[in-house]
Each structure stands twice: as structure tokens, then as C-alpha cells.
Write a protein that binds this ligand. Structure first.
Ligand code: FPP
Length: 238
């Protein structure tokens, strides 16, 4: 199938199942997150090698703050660690790294690490990895609406000029094309407040494999399934 693969430009992934994966082995949930964090580099590198240009990973949702302080702390520690180690990986693999979500809700040192990584990798044009941290689709749209409303208030734009392009332009990464393929691991078949606007026409792929077991081979299976889909945009076949 290698030669006939249709490569999506942008793949978005809900990395689900770290907790269940760990529990199945009698380990704490945080062990699942630690193993899951290791897959981030593997899968992004494999995506780049396949010719995928953009990978967006749901790393921490606006709802995830309701988990125990211990689990939130462990996840933040993993982000801190990743934001350090990813620089070498980015240098070696021409990888650009970005973050979407409400960064103002993160600890100041994490905000600084994000700014540093985004600036350091800004010129890289291989694969772009976008991490969604403190991200919610409704929150992103709410912030976009607020920003548009402010422009209306100052008279910069009139309400009649607002189109769907205006809304897209006010989202967190307006220059990144919408995902062609959205993958969710570990059995649940929901969007869970991920990229609500951007996923409007994406193909959805669900697998029972938990995120810590999701590697390059699983990514290839998803792209093979995507290749078999007959994609239509608009018209009567949505
Ligand atoms: C869902 O599994 C996963 C998360 C809430 C966090 C995703 C984070 C990582 C993969 C690790 C860190 C990432 C980076 C970028 C370093 P879950 O805990 O909801 O699993 P469950 O549904 O089995 O409970």
C-alpha cells in the first residue's frame, strides 16, 4: 500500500487511554502519561517521514484541570520536560513546534518555555507539531468571538463583514490548514471539545489501541484507512 498512500496534510490526534492503559497493568495513571509522552516524538517523527506536514495533539484540555492535583502536576511536569527535550529533536528533524490553547492559564515558566520553543523552531519547515494545552474548542471560539466583537466596537469591522473566514482568522493557529484526518485512540468515539470549528470536514478515525501503544505502525493504519475514504467537500454528500 506504501506507494498508493494518500497522505493527509494535517493529522490531529486525541491521545486517549493513558489512564486505562496504566490501570490494566496495575500501575498509577501517571505512569500511562509518562509512557504516552514518549509516543509524541515517535509519532511526530513518523508523520514527518510520511510527508504529513502538520500534526496537532490534544495534550491538555480546559476540562483536564478537574483531575486530581497530583495528576495535573504530573502532566505539567511532562510538558516542562518535553518543552526542554523537544528542541534537540526539532533541530535534528527540521520540526516546528507551536502551542494552541489559552496559554495565559499556564504557569509563567511554562509560558516562557513555550515562547522560547516557538521562537527557536519558527524557521523550521518540515513537520509542524502543534500541542493543544489548556485548549478547548468552545474556549477557542469564545476567545475568537470576543476579539471580533472588540474590532466591531472600535469600528474596525462592521457586523455585516463577518464571514466564516473572519472566524477562522481569529482562531489560535489561523495559518494552519484544517485537519484532513482526526484520530482518537482507545475506543471512545467523541470529539470532546477538540478543534470544533476546524474539524468540520475532517475524516474521523477511531482505534481501540491506547495512546501509549500507538506508534508509527498504528499511524500508518490510520493513513491507510484515510486513503480508502472517498472525501467530498460540501454539496449533498456530507
Ligand atoms: C488522555 O488519557 C490523555 C491526556 C489527558 C493527556 C495527554 C498527555 C500525554 C500523552 C502526555 C504528555 C504529552 C506531551 C505533549 C509531553 P486519559 O488520562 O484520559 O486516559 P483514560 O481515558 O484511560 O483515563
Amino acid at each position: 500500500m506504501q506507494d498508493n498512500l494518500k497522505i493527509p496534510v494535517h493529522v490531529a490526534i486525541i491521545m486517549d487511554g493513558n489512564g486505562r492503559w496504566a490501570k490494566a497493568q496495575g500501575k498509577p495513571r501517571t505512569f500511562g502519561h509518562t509512557e504516552g509522552a514518549k509516543r509524541v516524538a515517535d509519532v511526530t517523527r513518523a508523520a514527518g517521514q510520511m510527508g504529513i506536514k502538520y500534526v496537532t495533539l490534544y495534550a491538555f484540555s480546559t476540562e483536564n484541570w478537574s483531575r486530581t492535583a497530583e495528576e495535573v502536576g504530573a502532566l505539567m511536569k511532562l510538558f516542562r520536560g518535553y518543552l526542554k527535550t523537544c528542541i534537540k529533536d526539532a533541530d535534528e528533524n527540521n520540526m516546528r513546534i507551536r502551542v494552541i490553547g489559552d496559554k495565559t492559564g499556564l504557569d509563567p515558566d511554562i509560558q516562557e518555555a513555550i515562547a522560547h520553543v516557538e521562537e527557536h523552531t519558527a524557521q523550521y519547515d518540515g513537520v509542524t507539531l502543534t500541542l493543544a494545552i489548556n485548549y478547548g474548542g468552545r474556549d477557542e471560539l469564545t476567545r475568537a468571538v470576543r476579539s471580533i466583537a472588540a474590532s466591531v466596537k472600535t469600528g474596525e469591522i462592521s457586523p455585516d463583514d463577518i464571514t466564516s473566514d473572519t472566524i477562522s482568522a481569529h482562531l489560535d493557529a489561523p495559518d494552519i490548514p484544517d485537519p484532513d484526518l482526526m484520530i482518537r485512540t482507545c475506543g471512545e468515539e467523541r470529539i470532546s471539545n477538540f478543534l470544533l470549528w476546524e474539524l468540520a470536514y475532517s475524516e474521523l478515525y477511531f482505534t481501540d489501541v491506547a495512546w501509549p501503544d500507538f506508534g508509527p505502525d498504528e499511524l500508518r493504519l490510520a493513513v491507510e484507512a484515510y486513503t480508502r475514504r472517498d472525501r467530498r467537500f460540501g454539496g449533498t454528500n456530507e
